[in-house]
Design a binder for this molecule. Structure first.
Ligand SMILES: *Cc1c(COP(=O)(O)O)cnc(C)c1O
Length: 363
């Protein structure tokens, strides 16, 4: 058994999952094995939707694997990276038991999935430094060891911290936790960082798992296509825990078109434009009175602290701009997160904040 498979929930080691009509290796020209309708729906113009979809369409898997630099059998496509997070929890943590480590302030879904599963969440806060939020890898390792955590969720670049985590530190953590835990690296925003992926660590550290998504830089949030990338045996085990037909056929067709060379080039150009906007706003915001701090960001948003966050939020809202109020998040009692928009949209953010002194005299 490969090292990460020995971390699988003991009661699931011989679990075969649901045997769907699509999982049998049969061939024929008349398919009468899945109780599908023989007649197409009037709304189904192409007549392609009456059958259940392939659980992991080989063309999609190959295209995503090529995009992310792994072998197709190392990748599981699912309904957003959200599904990857949930699958990892369900496959590796006992319901009502075990633990995961998170690094708040971070993405909320790790804790939400853990809570729904009855799994304890052990928090190792990011450290707020003059250079931005940084990850305390030693504290994470100790917390994981002390609580026998099965999963460590890292987010790089972090949401909402914006911080990119060093790959050598991730590799060292994975090495130290080799027999104990999976180190999950959520790279939802990596396209905006122009930095190498943790996918390259998997060959030497098979307890590394990487999450990628088409929701952000590929602009397909509504299609719900995320990828979990890991050791091939681990991916096969995760697939046995996944729903029988996780990917809707229209979304698969769309994703395939989104991954052809032309569409990929446009997505890359758009991400590059977003990075330019980010640097422009990052340079301009600190000059706005009432803004205490703007965090450096490797993602498609900026995190900023305000003298009066409520007034800034209200002033933006009055100007029709909705940003994310982060004040309920740990360490972020005065912060808003602003996703980068088009140049015009970002200009409206700047103008509004400048006009209101970041809200001090907001109407
Ligand atoms: C947006 C986001 C995701 C994406 O989730 P999907 O389910 O793929 O849409 C994943 N992780 C983080 C940290 C995010 O901010």
């Amino acid at each position: 058994m490969s090292a990460p498979l020995s971390l699988l929930r003991e009661d699931l080691r011989d679990f075969a999952g649901y045997k769907s009509a699509r999982s049998e290796a049969l061939s024929g020209s008349v398919w009468l094995n899945a109780n599908e309708s023989a007649w197409a729906n009037a709304a189904d113009d192409a007549g392609t939707l009456r059958r259940y979809p392939d659980p992991q369409p080989p063309r999609l898997r190959a295209a995503l694997a090529a995009l992310y630099g792994c072998a197709p059998e190392q990748l599981l496509a699912g309904r957003g990276s959200d599904e990857g997070i949930d699958l990892l929890l369900r496959a590796f943590c006992r319901p009502g038991g075990d633990a995961i480590v998170t690094t708040p302030p971070t993405f909320g879904m790790y804790a939400v999935c853990a809570r729904l599963h009855g799994t304890r969440v052990v928090e190792v806060g990011l450290r707020d430094t003059p250079e931005g939020f940084v990850c305390d890898f030693e504290a994470i390792a100790r917390a994981a060891e002390q609580t026998a955590a099965k999963l460590v969720f890292l987010c790089s670049p972090g949401n909402p911290s914006g911080t990119l985590l060093p790959l050598d530190a991730i590799a060292a953590l994975a090495q130290r936790l080799s027999e104990r835990a999976l180190v999950v690296v959520d790279e939802a925003y990596l396209e905006y960082a122009q930095a190498p992926s943790a996918v390259g660590l998997i060959a030497s550290q098979p307890n590394v798992v990487v999450l990628r998504t088409l929701s952000k830089a590929h602009a397909l949030a509504a299609a719900r296509i995320g990828s979990t990338i890991a050791d091939a045996a681990l991916i096969a085990a995760l697939q046995r825990c996944q729903a029988p037909y996780p990917l809707a056929e229209p979304c698969v067709a769309l994703a395939l078109r989104a991954l052809d060379a032309g569409a990929r080039a446009l997505s890359e150009a758009n991400a590059a434009a977003c990075v330019l906007e980010r640097e422009r706003l990052y340079a301009a915001l600190p000059a706005v009175r009432g803004i205490r701090q703007v965090y450096p960001s490797q993602a498609n948003f900026l995190l900023a602290r305000f003298e009066r966050a409520q007034s800034a939020f209200d002033a933006l809202l009055a100007a029709g701009v909705v940003v994310r109020d982060m004040r309920a998040a740990p360490q972020l009692g005065d912060a808003l997160r602003i996703s980068l928009g088009t140049a015009e949209q970002n200009a409206r953010v700047l103008e509004t904040l400048a006009r209101t002194d970041a809200g001090e005299r907001a109407a």
